[in-house]
Design a protein around this ligand. Structure first.
Ligand code: SF4
Length: 466
């Protein structure tokens, strides 16, 4: 699926009752857990304000904090690489694998590596990494892509996963989560033990110390970043934060927003390699731009980069809840995807995505870093329309607005239009029968025009007052 085929993707998703059922159950559960976890912190709003301020400050001096991060990381023995785009980032990881003769690679969950399609790039030389996050591993077995930022297999029921394991692993049929997890554990352990190179993402890069922080719940990232002799971390340049004590704010916000946990089970804070101890002998950080510096320079859209990838906006979004992640046709789904993907891929490719929103504002309400997603969606919509990238719906919309403008330029035409609207409102189901309104009215109440127009009321009152 691609963002260009959004309308068809949506139709296909809505026709799949298993998908919509699985989505509704999962997003409701996460939303309830988040509610409980947020309620346990009396200073939640204060924390959100602090996080938004830290992010805004960092983005206003991104070059400074990145330079500081690189300097401190290198001083600790980390090798830092700059990648202008996806191809460069993949080439760097590829070369590192070649240089170390690494044939067996493991990877923990990382949206940045999904964004650059790292697995596909490494597969061209027979080095496709084994995904070690349970959800990612399921997706890899199924030959699919993740449909959620933190829960990659959210669209799959446990019965579907059980059948997948029967087909791909030849194990007895079961839909018991504990049994399925045990099958995964057995196989992944062998991969960890044999791996030469581990690949991860980064949740936060601390400029003050040159450290990287990786959050997770399964222990797979811990093993990916310690067992293989080389660890390569791919980090979007927006992941840098100024000070170690800023983590105190983000560590209270991110797990509560994402999974409703007070803290993730594992937090791996890595500062340089660990050649003498039990960690990797080499630590490489690939700093990924891939369009981010362009977004950082766009004052109106810069706050997009404040995202900490918690996934809360996806769980709260009525559109995501109905169509799931694949329908967006991009690595980043949901409200954050609707603003990030058009900026990363450009409006010609993804200009329809900002229209995949009801603008209800639920995403803004739950965002732990207070990104005003509805405003950014409106800005992107305006840009998509102005550049002719709003899709075919844009032409119809233009025609409707032209007609409306023509009516409104003449009092007589305005009166006729209002009269017609009132007549139409009296015909039962009129809006549900007319083709342009049918789809809109299928799931909404069509507002009825007032029985008496403003002009008639005004005239009546004037005459009555005489
Ligand atoms: S936009 Fe906000 S709510 Fe959505 S994933 Fe990013 S940080 Fe979380």
């Amino acid at each position: 699926m691609r963002p260009e085929t959004l309308a068809q993707n949506v139709r296909d998703a809505l026709r799949d009752p298993v998908l919509t059922g699985a989505l509704r159950r999962a997003t409701d559960t996460f939303a309830q857990r988040r509610q409980g976890a947020v309620g346990s912190l009396p200073d939640w709003e204060e924390l959100r304000t602090q996080a938004a301020a830290i992010k805004a400050h960092t983005l206003s001096r991104l070059d400074h904090f990145l330079e500081q991060f690189v300097q401190r990381a290198e001083a600790a023995g980390t090798v830092v690489h700059w990648a202008h785009d996806a191809a460069e980032a993949c080439a760097i990881v590829q070369q590192l694998a070649e240089r170390h003769g690494a044939a067996r690679l493991v990877k923990s969950k990382s949206m940045a590596t999904e964004e650059i399609h790292l697995n596909a790039a490494l597969a061209t030389s027979g080095r496709e990494p084994v995904e070690t996050d349970l959800g990612e591993w399921i997706i890899q077995l199924a030959g699919e892509t993740p449909s959620h930022i933190i829960v990659p297999a959210i669209h799959k029921t446990k019965e579907a996963i059980g059948q997948l394991f029967v087909d791909k692993l030849g194990v007895p049929a079961s839909s018991e989560p504990a049994v399925l997890a045990e099958h995964a554990r057995q196989r992944l352990r062998a991969h960890f033990a044999a791996a030469d190179l581990g690949i991860s993402g980064v949740n936060f890069g601390v400029a003050e110390t040159g450290s990287i922080l990786i959050l997770e719940n399964e222990g797979n990232a811990r093993m990916t970043t310690t067992l293989p002799r080389v660890h390569v971390a791919v980090m979007g340049i927006e992941k840098v934060i100024p000070r170690a004590r800023d983590l105190d704010v983000f560590l209270r916000l991110l797990p509560r927003s994402g999974t409703g946990q007070h803290l993730t089970t594992y937090q791996s804070l890595l500062t340089g390699p660990d050649p003498e101890g039990q960690g990797p002998r080499e630590l490489h950080v690939v700093l990924l731009d891939n369009g981010r510096s362009r977004i950082a320079a766009d004052e109106r859209m810069q706050s997009t980069l404040a995202c900490i990838r918690c996934g809360a906006c996806l769980n709260a979004c009525p559109v995501y809840q109905s169509i799931g992640g694949h329908a967006y046709g991009s690595v980043y789904p949901g409200p954050i995807g609707a603003i990030l993907t058009p900026q990363l891929q450009g409006l010609p490719a993804a200009g329809k995505l900002p229209f995949a929103s009801s603008l209800c504002g639920a995403c803004k309400d739950v965002c732990p870093v207070k990104i005003d997603i509805p405003s950014l969606l409106l800005e992107l919509r305006a840009r998509a329309v102005a550049s002719g990238n709003a899709g075919s719906g844009g032409r119809l919309e233009k025609l409707v607005w032209r007609l409306w403008s023509w009516c409104e330029r003449s009092p007589r035409r305005h009166r006729v239009a209002m009269w017609l609207a009132r007549i139409g409102a009296r015909v039962p189901f009129a809006a549900k029968l007319l083709p342009p309104l049918r789809a809109w009215a299928a799931s909404r109440e069509v507002p009825k025009p007032n029985g008496k127009s403003f002009r008639a009321t005004y005239r009546g009152e004037r005459e009555g007052g005489r």
